[in-house]
Write a protein that binds this ligand. Structure first.
Ligand code: SF4
Ligand SMILES: [Zn+2]
Length: 74
């Protein structure tokens, strides 16, 4: 299936959109953008730094539950 981001129109995946159409969703970058304010608010509520998405490509907080998406390069 070929996907198209509803926000930036980026496409990814395999398939023939002329025949099957697109499946819509958010690309990785737009998903991370959308989740950033939500996750930062959550971090602050949990009494932590609201650091989601602020680390360049390394963070020493190996047990952070936001780590996978936070450090994912898009
Ligand atoms: S991985 Fe590091 S920078 Fe990212 S949210 Fe967790 S603690 Fe913050
Ligand atoms: Zn997008």
């Amino acid at each position: 299936m070929k996907y198209q981001c509803i926000r930036c129109s980026l496409t990814w995946g395999e398939g023939e959109p002329e025949r099957d159409g697109y499946s819509h969703g958010l690309c990785g970058t737009c998903l991370k953008d959308a989740l950033t304010p939500i996750y930062r608010k959550r971090q602050a509520k949990e009494g932590n730094f609201d650091c989601f998405g602020k680390a360049a490509d390394f963070c020493d907080q190996f047990t952070c539950k936001y780590r996978e998406l936070c450090l994912k390069s898009m």
